[in-house]
Design a protein around this ligand. Structure first.
Ligand code: BG6
Length: 475
């Protein structure tokens, strides 16, 4: 126990969620299908994500976990009350794009979808929880894939802007912190999830991925410009999935491999934060026959509209060497085992010190406020015979990471806040499972959608409330 407050008074503490992973109600009140709504659970999920072409219609023989998720759509009052009980000062949510523009290309928004988020914000205000909003969290409307080919089409910039403008006008007075695209860099390893791209028959996938990335980056910069115009004082952040790469040894070639691997992610932070393409990409594009369509107007927009802060998710670090380097973040990525750290049940390296390292690296590079908007442990939870859930493993994970966050603040990092991933159990984005649980609140629903949906506090529930109340003194 540190006995002293480790985090500043105005530090935002809370949790983070994405619409498609907890709302359910996938076709309620006029909502259209989003790309997640055709991602099945079970063994077919990875097949679908790798080769989406033949999976773009709902099939009766597959189970789609986003359709029901944990039915927050009907339980939001109860769930937000529980977040209030933990004394959250912030909740990161995403607006589910297809609730507002069901096919993505409509001229006018769906009023019933907008009203749902009005109610969510009303409820958050009751408990003085500040909403932090992701505009696009792996939820591109499916219509934009079928009709336009996803983010490979420049037209998506305008559809995204129409959607963003709708949100800024409707919710601008209630939301200060926005982020344009969740884990934008994940498009390199998960082009369907993060770029709505169907690349089954595309010969140069790298070309397609970086062209789509460019359109997303331009959309993000244009949305930043619009936000600043419409809502003075509001802030736009980029959002990176940040897993720093360590070199396996001090062999110089291994150091270069780690440097290059980190750039796969940092490229997105660099453009968002500095407003131009870093020169190291020239060689990469040349060697991979990538020629991007970038206009002078694009360059101007990027340059003039950089982000206000850098947000990121942190779950793990990676280790690499010169023999294992991959071109894209996770394409054929063969992890090199780091003998100094343990792994979760899902094989994710657990490295709290890596979070301090990441915070320092990102702050030095960008000199802008940072925001940790995801961190947590996905684990199986057991209910004891007395009904309790003793998730000490989760408490230990979060405790160790928060201690390192406090160290980074002492190092001089300017940090806005910390929101844990999935403060209530939600569907896993990667595997579609319910039983990979991150929450302080257990939800009785299994991988096949069975269960009562009862919410039950885990041991970590009280622990996290105490962390928030004491500003870290109990760590
Ligand atoms: C991040 C995503 O990649 O990690 C979340 O932004 C996701 O949507 C989280 O849920 C944890 O990953 P997973 O696969 O365990 O759900």
């Amino acid at each position: 126990m540190s006995q002293e407050a480790l985090f500043p008074k105005n530090f935002l503490f809370g949790g983070a969620l994405a619409g498609n992973q907890y709302e359910g109600g996938f076709d309620k009140d006029g909502k259209g299908l989003s790309i997640v709504d055709v991602e099945p659970a079970g063994p077919e999920r990875s097949q679908m994500l790798a080769h989406p072409k033949n999976y773009l219609n709902i099939r009766d023989d597959l189970y789609y976990p986003s359709h029901k998720a944990i039915e927050f759509y009907d339980h939001y009052k109860e769930d937000i009350r529980l977040f209030g009980e933990m004394h959250f000062s912030a909740l990161r949510i995403s607006v589910n794009w297809a609730r507002i523009f069901p096919n993505g290309d409509e001229e006018t928004p769906n009023e019933a979808g907008l009203e749902f988020y009005d109610q969510v914000f009303d409820e958050l205000e009751k408990y003085q929880i500040e909403p932090v909003v992701t505009i696009s969290h792996y939820e591109t409307p499916l219509g934009l894939v079928k009709k336009y080919g996803g983010w490979n089409n420049r037209k998506l910039i305008d559809f995204y802007l129409r959607y963003a403008e709708t949100l800024f006008k409707r919710y601008g007075s209630r939301v200060k912190y926005w982020m344009s695209f969740n884990e934008i860099n994940c498009i390199t390893g998960s082009p369907f999830i993060a770029g709505a791209l169907v690349l089954d028959d595309v010969p140069n996938k790298i070309q397609a991925i970086y062209q789509a990335s460019h359109y997303e980056l331009v959309a993000s910069a244009k949305a930043t410009k619009l936000l600043h115009k419409l809502v003075p004082g509001a802030q736009m952040g980029c959002m990176l999935a940040f897993s720093p790469f360590y070199a396996k040894t001090c062999r110089p070639e291994d150091q270069i491999a780690a440097l290059q691997q980190n750039r796969v992610t940092l490229f997105y932070g660099d453009v968002h934060s500095r407003g131009y393409y870093p020169t190291y990409m020239n060689r990469f594009f040349k060697e991979n026959n990538v020629e991007l369509e970038i206009t002078d107007e694009d360059r101007k927009v990027l340059k003039e509209n950089t982000v206000d802060y850098i947000s990121f998710s942190y779950y793990m670090s990676h280790t690499t060497d010169a023999d294992h380097k991959s071109k894209l973040a996770s394409e054929a990525f063969e992890p090199v085992k780091n003998p100094y750290i343990e792994e979760s049940d899902w094989g994710w390296p657990i490295d709290p010190v890596g979070l301090r390292y990441s915070l320092n690296l990102l702050y030095e590079r960008y000199q802008k406020p940072l925001f940790i908007v995801e961190n947590g442990l996905g684990a199986r939870d057991d209910i004891e015979s007395d009904g309790s859930i003793n998730d000490d493993y989760r408490i230990n994970y979060l405790n160790d990471h928060l201690v390192q966050v406090a160290e980074a603040i002492k190092d001089g990092v300017d940090l806005i806040g910390y929101t844990t991933w999935g403060p209530i159990d939600v569907v896993s984005a990667g595997t579609g499972e319910m039983e990979k649980r991150y929450g302080f609140i257990y939800v009785d629903r299994d991988n096949k959608g069975n269960g009562t949906l009862e919410r039950r506090k885990k041991k970590s529930f009280d622990w996290y409330r105490d962390v928030i109340d004491s500003k870290g003194a109990v760590l």
